[in-house]
Design a binder for this molecule. Structure first.
Ligand SMILES: [Zn+2]
Length: 474
């Protein structure tokens, strides 16, 4: 059975909903003031996997991911570019969608823009007023009163001052009125965008957006709420406080948080100028390489970004595709060597059921790939094809192995194939070509020869074994 680590309880818990249930998933989306970076890629690839896996298990899902299309950073960035906010935001959303498409992320069922949900947000704040959780501050902003909400801090394990006694450690956090957060920002500058509300012109605070959207789409509660770990406090704590304040029975069963990306020993951040953009990575690496790399670290751990590790992932994925080169998955037989195939199946699914242990699942893909490479050398073609089909099936659950092996290995982003650092793969291809020649499969051997040539590798045919040389050195 699937178990998921729940930030709320700090435990791995059984995900025991009936398979007939539609699973409601909400993930905090992008604030579209700049291009998407590897931190975005990591978070949304992780939830892409979670959605794919739940669907594999038989659940239907409803996945909602918001777009924050108004905030201070957006106003600043649009002004800097000398664009209207509307034009700027449309352009940034288009670029975000391009990145997500290239990363092979499945689309959410709903992707609401905040500025299109203003009435929902205003109604939500009115409900908070009715329940006496909201108040008007001296500067006319509308604030949420933390003091009036008893369970504040339950998600992030911070404790309110009023709950502390003398024996409690000093290291716990506490709150007072200055920690009250903004629900509605009163318009200060005449040039700022605004919406009309019962409290005058202004715009929503950040935290209220997600609560209002969750309330709009998921009246019956959310089964999985997720985002990056940096959102745990205050954003998710505040979201939960708002939702519980208008409906105490509102439930969010699983809170899932994705670890940070660390670059040069620091958390990736724009202010440190250590941001790695998705589109820059995509110029150099196939999206499956990026995905494989990201999934090779468990989602709850920090991901220490190192380009050499990304290249290592590329080499591993190349090897996996080489093992699939020449397989015919249409000719497998579902029951053939079922005991052997079940060993890999069991390992793969027990890894995924253990809080989406994708590093282990990736290792099982590698092991299966090595196994089928050996089978390939034997004469049991049916077993080779059957295991190849299993390998592709497991890969697809992770959003991998969607390419035709030949296309992947000879793609423009995979030029490293012809470098000396990847000589083992070139060797494998040349030997594979020898095998095709031996069996008089001239068409296939010729395809490999031509593609190797394009990549700067010349093959010279001898009787049984060909030799090769690089035309240029990398
Ligand atoms: Zn949110």
């Amino acid at each position: 059975m699937l178990k998921i680590f729940n930030t709320l309880t700090k435990k791995k818990e059984k995900f025991q909903f009936p398979y007939s249930k539609k699973i409601n998933i909400y993930v905090c989306g992008v604030t579209v003031y700049d291009l998407c970076h590897i931190g975005h890629a990591r978070t949304f690839i992780v939830f892409d996997i979670i959605k794919r896996y739940l669907e594999y298990l038989g659940y239907k899902t409803c996945y909602v991911r918001n777009i924050t299309d108004i905030d201070d950073k957006i106003i600043y960035a649009a002004n800097k570019k000398n664009e209207s906010i509307d034009v700027f935001v449309k352009r940034m959303i288009k670029l975000m969608h391009e990145d997500f498409l290239c990363l092979n992320l499945q689309n959410p069922d709903h992707e609401p823009r905040i500025t299109r949900c203003m009435q929902d947000i205003i109604s939500f704040i009115e409900s908070l007023f009715n329940n006496k959780l909201a108040y008007i501050s001296d500067n006319k902003d509308i604030l949420f009163s933390i003091q009036k909400y008893n369970s504040y801090g339950i998600l992030s394990r911070r404790i309110k001052k009023c709950c502390l006694n003398e024996n409690k450690s000093n290291s716990v956090f506490y709150f007072n009125q200055s920690d009250d957060f903004v629900l509605w920002k009163h318009r200060v500058n005449k040039s700022d965008p605004y919406w009309i509300s019962p409290w005058g012109p202004g715009r929503p605070g950040w935290h209220i957006e997600c609560s209002a959207i969750i309330n709009k789409f998921f009246k019956n509660g959310v089964n999985i709420h997720g985002g990056g770990i940096d959102l745990l406090f205050p954003h998710h704590e505040n979201e939960l406080a708002q939702l519980k304040s208008i409906k105490s029975s509102f439930s969010i069963e699983f809170w899932i948080h994705v670890g940070m990306v660390i670059i040069n020993n620091h958390k990736m951040s724009k202010s440190l100028s250590n941001t790695v953009l998705v589109r820059d990575l995509l110029k150099k690496y196939d999206s499956e390489v990026i995905r494989f790399y990201i999934l090779s670290t468990h989602y709850r751990h920090p991901l220490i970004f190192l380009e050499k590790n990304l290249n290592a992932s590329k080499n591993i994925l190349n090897k996996i595709y080489v093992s699939l080169l020449g397989s015919d998955v249409s000719s497998e037989h579902s029951d053939y060597h079922i005991k052997l195939r079940n060993i890999f199946r069991k390992k793969f699914f027990s890894a995924m059921n253990d809080d989406f242990n994708t590093p282990k699942a990736c290792l099982i893909l590698q092991n299966l790939s090595k196994y089928i490479t050996n089978i390939k050398k034997s004469s049991d073609i049916l077993l080779y094809n059957s295991l190849s089909k299993d390998l592709i099936f497991f890969g697809n659950i992770l959003g991998l192995l969607h390419h035709d092996p030949k296309n992947f290995l000879f793609s423009s982003t995979n030029q490293i194939l012809a470098s000396h650092s990847n000589i083992h793969i070139v060797k494998k291809l040349v030997r594979m070509r020898d095998a095709y020649r031996k069996h008089k499969k001239w068409n296939l051997s010729d395809i490999i020869r031509k593609e190797l040539l394009k990549l700067g590798v010349i093959v010279q045919d001898k009787h049984e074994r060909s030799t090769y040389k690089f035309i240029y050195k990398n």
